[in-house]
Design a binder for this molecule. Structure first.
Ligand SMILES: Nc1ncnc2c1ncn2[C@@H]1O[C@H](COP(=O)(O)OP(=O)(O)OP(=O)(O)O)[C@@H](O)[C@H]1O
Length: 495
């Protein structure tokens, strides 16, 4: 091991040498940076005719130079702000120039997308958030940013484990803007929210005393029951678990107030709310056909065809566009995932679970600073780093969801071989190799036109760009999906 420090006319650079390449540290002007940024600086110094030790550049940066990944238009400062990260692990997939046949495969876009995987990996295993095991790999995070709790029951494998233990990954004391007190203050009228007003006795009757035979699901906040109202209307009743009650109080209340204002065919409708003693109950429309995840898992006895998947994606995009743009106040969902997409009998989608919903900020601000909430695998890396929540965090989660819809894979699946565990990373690799069909859900036997697949996966990759400014907004995503659907029908007619 050793250390090399050099000063050029342009700035200082410094590498700590180590026999183990993974523990090498790179510094530019005294700041620790990822290797990619370091090489980007070398490249810029050289372009500005500053002296650079060629042996240093050759040793650490040659592979990146060869891949043309250092010559993008972005300046070093822009790149640093964007949080670009080491791309080593993906270099083999970017090898041949002719692979850039799609605009999305151009080096700039690749350089944008590759680091997302590194950040995603950090996201998946960041110890600063308490993870709660649920289902197989779907773990919900709900953590104050400066808390010291560590990963709890999240199953970890040795490969992931080595990343754990670095609390510095999360800024220690981010700005946090508490929800406006007026919106969340105790209101005696809360029981009158929505169109269904029930008392506890009626709820007990509707759910047969919370009978396990009427239980339809279990989520972060508690248990969900199916119930029938005296007029025959079937509803879903979400009952907060008592042990989480205090902690969930605000969330529960925020869910109610937000949902009550929403009226859109792609969003689950809040029908009522009941606060009584130690019970908090949310009554919503019942969506009869289970979750998108259940369909993708093949648990519903029917496999979604490509058109149905496309329509589900469009429905979700429309629901989220409504929350982002057209609701009375901007709403950021914060927990977009396949188990929160409920399907109707005709397999149209409704976005559910506004438990984590958060009001967007007023028009004069671009983000809300908040504690990190969401589900492992879907979390926007920029939100994880900055605690700044914007609608683009939902766009990121939507990109992950789109990958799920197309591949059938869970965002993180520890049962797969190591380099296929993180679906987005696997997709990116295959995408670069132009192996679109290999990514398609094996349960879906249709042969989809390659161009259509390239557009769908390209859109998903665009949504998961590491920097929110590079992601499309939800409205544009819906429009693109709509365009893809038209192309899909045209391609079907040709065959
Ligand atoms: N309105 C509804 N209609 C039909 N089923 C529902 C409805 N709401 C929830 N469910 C069922 O209950 C399950 C649990 O829902 P819930 O929203 O509590 O948790 P989740 O979204 O899966 O997890 P989390 O809240 O932890 O993110 C869902 O997966 C779904 O199967």
């Amino acid at each position: 091991s050793g250390s090399l420090e050099h000063e050029t006319d342009c700035g200082k650079y410094h590498v700590t040498n180590s026999d183990d390449p993974s523990s090498q540290l790179f510094y530019i002007d005294g700041k620790l940076v990822e290797r990619y940024l370091f090489c980007k600086a070398m490249h810029e110094y050289r372009e500005r005719q500053c002296f650079v030790h060629e042996n240093v550049r050759d040793k650490y940066c040659q592979s990146l130079e060869k891949l043309h990944l250092l010559s993008g238009r972005k300046s070093l400062h822009t790149v640093a702000r964007d949080g670009y990260s080491d791309i080593d692990s993906d270099k083999t997939t970017l090898g041949r120039k002719e692979k850039y046949h799609n605009p999305l495969l151009k080096p700039k876009v690749l350089a944008m997308a590759v680091p997302a995987f590194f950040l995603l990996c950090c996201t998946l295993i960041c110890p600063c958030f308490q993870a709660r095991k649920k289902d197989t790999d779907h773990t919900v995070l709900s953590k104050e940013p400066n808390s010291t709790d560590s990963v709890s029951s999240l199953e970890m494998n040795p490969i992931l484990e080595k990343f754990v233990g670095s609390p510095q990954r999360v800024p220690p004391s981010p700005l946090r803007v508490p929800p406006s007190p007026s919106r969340f203050s105790m209101s005696p009228k809360l029981n009158r929210v929505g169109s269904v007003h029930m008392n506890m006795h009626q709820v007990m009757k509707a759910t047969q005393n919370f009978s396990s035979s009427l239980q339809i699901g279990e989520g972060g906040y508690g248990t969900v029951y199916k119930g029938e109202l005296p007029d025959g209307q079937v509803v879903a009743i979400k009952r907060a678990r008592k042990e989480h009650f205090e902690a969930l109080r605000t969330e529960f209340r925020s869910e109610v107030e937000l949902l009550a204002k929403i009226e859109h065919r792609n969003l689950v409708k809040l029908l009522g709310y009941l606060e009584k003693g130690n019970e908090r109950l949310i009554i919503t429309e019942y969506v009869p056909n289970g979750t998108l995840r259940e369909y993708l898992d093949g648990n519903k006895g029917k496999i979604l065809d490509f058109n149905q998947r496309l329509e589900i994606a469009i429905d979700v995009a429309h629901g989220l566009t409504y929350l982002h743009l057209y609701a009375e106040k901007q709403i950021i969902h914060r927990d977009v995932k396949s188990s929160n997409i409920l399907l109707t009998e005709s397999l149209r989608a409704k976005v559910a679970d506004f438990g984590f919903a958060k009001l967007g900020d007023d028009a004069d601000k671009t983000h809300v600073s908040t504690k990190v909430k969401g589900t492992v695998g879907y979390l926007d890396p920029e939100y994880m780093k900055t605690y700044q929540l914007t609608t683009k965090s939902d766009v990121y989660s939507f990109g992950i969801l789109l990958i799920e819809i197309l591949t059938g894979r869970r965002p993180v699946d520890l049962k797969r071989v190591p380099d296929e565990r993180v679906a987005v990373k696997w997709v990116f690799r295959k995408y670069n190799e132009g192996r679109f069909w290999e990514m398609v859900d094996p349960l879906m036997h249709e042969k989809i036109d390659k161009e259509i697949l390239a557009k769908m996966f390209g859109l998903a990759i665009h949504c998961v760009a590491p920097t929110r400014a590079d992601r499309p907004d939800m409205k544009a995503v819906g429009e693109q999906l709509w365009g893809i659907r038209i192309d899909y029908f045209k391609s079907e007619r040709r065959e």
